[in-house]
Design a protein around this ligand. Structure first.
Ligand code: TYD
Ligand code: MG
Length: 453
């Protein structure tokens, strides 16, 4: 090893003095790349904030009502926790081509329309390319300034001189600091650049959006490396082949996480999807076995989704199981519960379980609907299309209660459903709070569900 170099995992940023095949941090293979060692700078104090470290009492800290700048995109505002906070450093991650630049350019447009001072700094596209994109989105006002630059020292100068309210950096992987000898996109460059931007955001009170590409191959450092440095982490996800995109809050120092925003990519930019349930249930088959609608809670928001199962006799030695949009192991567990507790011979069957619409859900409240879809396909019985089913299923085949059942039932009612199958424990609570305008059935175990279906 040459002197003055270290090895970084390109996935999680784990630092090591020697090369390793597997990263001890994130357990990924072949992610270590040799980089020049970052220069050690003396002391870590934020310059310009204070001269001496002076402790203050909690009660002496004055709290101003946090002013939030609205992006005029409701879906985004909700994920941010109500809008942009001055001085916040926000990371927008996602696969290349998912629509990060488009979303942020639309944010620029809205902020400029509301007479905010915005600067869009791009290291990926030329001014002409940005203009072309802007033309697709709509008319822009003059308060938006553009800059094509990748040298962070330059950017720092410009931002300090102009002091815009909001800055957008697209993308962090193209930025470099002259003092770091590693290539742009490497772990040390990405870290150093984010550090500089954080300093700018905190000392000048500028809200900064950072775009970060998620990469699997580990050629450039992923946004995971900087998750802990920024205030807010948003991930933009979605199926490449579907037109809608989901913006998910993963970390938020100024609001709650788990909130999602739903968008649809159109010819003239991203449009908000205000009623995702309708969107997700679009094209649902009528009178087909193996199709069940459930309600999942994403943050504060209930969303109806359709779960489909296909169970058929296997022609393989080991039956095939595949899932889309759900945890594979969870589905295997539910199939095992059905086999043991409801006496269904699933061991000789292939099972395919999909969440349609391309959503990804990890909430256990969809268990009961998965079970219902599997039973429906196995027995070839149709679940009434105006019924929604939710509840968590335990290993003994019991159906456990879920949070905020009332909210889910309301959403189902709003979407024109007439019957809800819910956990027994939730049922009692719902009835105690007054009867809802929709038929509610409580089940205590999966065997009971088999009878109802
Ligand atoms: P982009 O914002 O460039 O992605 P990212 O910055 O995350 O890499 O999105 C590019 C994709 O979006 C591209 O495939 C074209 C498509 N697109 C539209 O469909 N409509 C539009 O109005 C725009 C601007 C882009
Ligand atoms: Mg882009």
């Amino acid at each position: 090893m040459a002197k003055g170099t270290v090895f970084f995992c390109q996935g999680c940023g784990y630092e090591s003095s020697k090369w390793m095949g597997q990263c001890p941090g994130c357990k990924e293979w072949n992610t270590f790349v040799e980089e020049a060692a970052p220069k050690k700078t003396a002391g870590g104090r934020v310059k310009g904030v204070r001269e001496r470290a002076v402790p203050v009492m909690l009660k002496e800290i004055e709290l101003k009502e946090e002013e939030r700048i609205s992006t005029s995109i409701e879906e985004l505002d909700r994920v941010l926790g109500g809008g942009i906070v001055a001085g916040a450093l926000m990371l927008v991650g996602g696969d290349p081509g998912i629509g990060k630049s488009t979303l942020l350019l639309q944010v620029c447009k809205n902020l400029a329309d509301a007479n905010h001072d915005v600067m869009y700094i791009s290291g990926e596209e030329s001014l002409k390319q940005i203009k072309l994109r802007a033309q697709r989105i709509g008319e822009f006002k003059d308060t938006l300034t553009l800059l094509c630059e990748t040298n962070l020292t330059e950017i720092e100068e410009v931002v300090k001189a102009k002091k815009p309210e909001i800055v957008i950096i697209d993308s962090i992987q193209t930025m470099y600091n002259e003092n770091v000898s590693a290539a742009p996109g490497s772990v040390s460059q990405v870290r150093e650049s984010t550090g500089t931007l954080m300093m700018l955001a905190k000392t000048l009170g500028i809200a900064i959006f950072i775009v970060g590409h998620v990469t699997k191959e580990g050629v450039v450092a992923g946004p995971r490396v900087l998750e802990h440095m920024v205030d807010t982490v948003l991930y933009f996800e979605g199926d490449r082949h579907a037109s809608y995109r989901i913006l998910r809050g993963v970390k938020n120092r100024f609001g709650s996480t788990n909130e999602i925003g739903v968008f649809e990519m159109q010819g003239n930019g991203l449009r908000e999807v205000t009623n995702p349930s309708e969107f997700m249930l679009n094209g649902k088959p009528v009178g087909a076995s193996g199709s069940v609608v459930t309600c999942s809670l994403e943050g504060t928001r209930p969303i109806l989704v359709e779960i489909q199962a296909l169970v058929s006799d296997t022609s393989f030695q080991i039956p095939r199981r595949t899932t889309v949009g759900m945890d594979f192991n969870r589905i295997n567990l539910l199939l095992a519960v059905l086999e043991k507790r409801a006496g269904m011979q699933l061991g000789g069957c292939d099972a395919y379980v999909n969440l349609t619409g391309g959503m990804r859900l990890s909430e256990p409240s969809i268990d009961l609907a998965v079970v219902a879809a599997v039973i429906s396909s196995y027995r070839n019985i149709v679940v009434d299309e105006h019924t929604i089913i939710f509840g968590e299923v335990g290993l003994t085949g019991e159906v456990r209660g879920v949070a905020q059942a009332e909210v889910r039932i309301k959403e189902a009612e709003k979407m024109g459903f007439t019957r809800c199958i819910v956990p027994k424990s939730n049922f009692d609570g719902i009835m105690a709070n007054g009867k809802p305008g929709i038929e509610v059935v409580g089940v205590a175990g999966v065997i009971e569900l088999v009878d109802i279906l």
